[in-house]
Design a protein around this ligand. Sequence first.
Ligand code: AGP
Length: 581
Amino acid sequence: MCGIFAVSGETSDAGMRVLEGLKKLEYRGYDSWGIAVRAPEGHVPIEKEIGKISHVEQVFVDAHEAIGHSRWATHGGVTRENAHPHQVGRVTLVHNGIFENYKEVKEEGPDHAFLSETDTEVIAVMINHLLEEGKSSEEALRTAAEKIIGRFALLVMIEGISGILAARRGSPLIIGRGEEETFIASDIPAFLAHTNVVNYLDDDEMVHIDGAKVQFSSLQTGELIEKRNIEVPWKVEEAEKGDYPHFMIKEIFEQKETIARAINHEDALVEEAIELLQSCNGVYFVACGTAHKAAMAAEYFFAKFSHRKINVVPASEMPSFEQFINEKTAIVAVSQSGETADLLEILERGQKKGAKVLAMTNVESSTIARIADVHLPINAGPEKAVASTKATTAQMAILFLLACADGNRMNEGRQILRSVSGNINDLLNPRYEDLVRTVAQEIMNHSTLFIIGRGSLYPMALEAAIKIQEVSYIHAQGFPAGEIKHGPIALIEEGTACLVLGDDQETLSNATELKSRGAMIIGVSTTQADIFDHWLRVPDCGGAQSIATVVPIQILAYHLAVLRGLDPDMPRNLAKSVTVK
Ligand code: AGP
């Protein structure tokens, strides 16, 4: 959570550049924002406010260095005082992460009249105090970092010392190398308009940027580190809305290509992943939120195509099963961002016990991608809307391919996925979108929505619920179709809207049970049935039906949000990557 951005170089509008960069990172946190610049006279003024940075037009002019922050509140409420940057003496800094022991450090530290309730201000106090004791800026940052238990990405400006310092442990930081300037950001799209040449900062490393000069060193020993420049293949347009009103609908429509791209891996890489799985005795698929629902779909793919029973556990529930993790365990991590804190912790603890990690992420620079023993990129391109759409189907496509490869059916798997991709391409057209919008109009004022599905469509019922909840704020809940008669059916009243995923006989019988209690039935299936009040057609995709079924639901969730006057890209209380526990 939180986006951070810095620029240093031959520019006189560093503040505006940070403003533009932060707007591209706003999906990481959007409850307040702040920017600090190094003024020509040497002092460091700050502008900060609560609210979204997308509404801000103008900040300071005339500066060649600036840092900024877009916040998702953790410590301290959403107030101007708690917004970053925080300034103490000569030190101005922004922070993304969690300083777990900040209360103890605050109590032991020097006397200071704190202006905010944040953990971050404590770091600024520490660094300023160390500078006053005569330490150099690098030493001060290193010594302060030693005291921090938790995760951080820090950007620091110090009055009287030119350049910007940055350090990371557990939260992402990427350096963008321009011709005459250098950028630092939580994610590449923030500076992609200026450069696609990057260096990745690893944990316990720091960097000092000063214009085009960049010096990396160890946060533990101070030893200098050499880094390779890497060209990233992302295009600026991929990270922009273009002609679409929102990122969410743009990303839904990008599924015309992303599924095909997701499976475009060399056979050798897929085989390496399979070798890892097959060399282990126990396999745990661990993920959060929507990625967890994609992993649940994989449970069905593996059962069908390789006859393997896999364990699928939400990362936050994994501690109860960690006793089973050892050097013969494979942990399969599924994550769009590759930064989700609950998941990262499980992987780090698993690796300490000798487990092997196979990761699937959409961000090759992410922490999870970098610590994995084998990484399968999902290749969906930047996903900016908080609600995951194209990354979900890309994850499901790779998981499907993996299951087929595990059952020695990789070619068959590719063939099925190619036809899924073609079918989704045909489905995604304005006429179909209009049809889904009509259904959204029917149910937009409902306060509750139930979704049922059986087999591999059961995880999709859960995924449908997440998608609808997070962007439309309608209370949506998913169930295994056969389970409704064991309790939830008591909630059905005249007109209760129920989405029925699939058209197999048993699911239709369950739908009939709902209908006879007054439910309005919306079928999402390959064929029409008499009991459907409305029908959203899904192309027949055989064993990969769950991948196609999720698409109309994404469009429905999007239109429910828009019809209810909400911003589907930035739902309340959420952030794109959840880097706190
Ligand atoms: C998806 O629509 C949600 N915003 C959320 O559940 C998300 O899938 C979850 O936080 C996991 O994120 P990750 O894939 O980046 O690990």
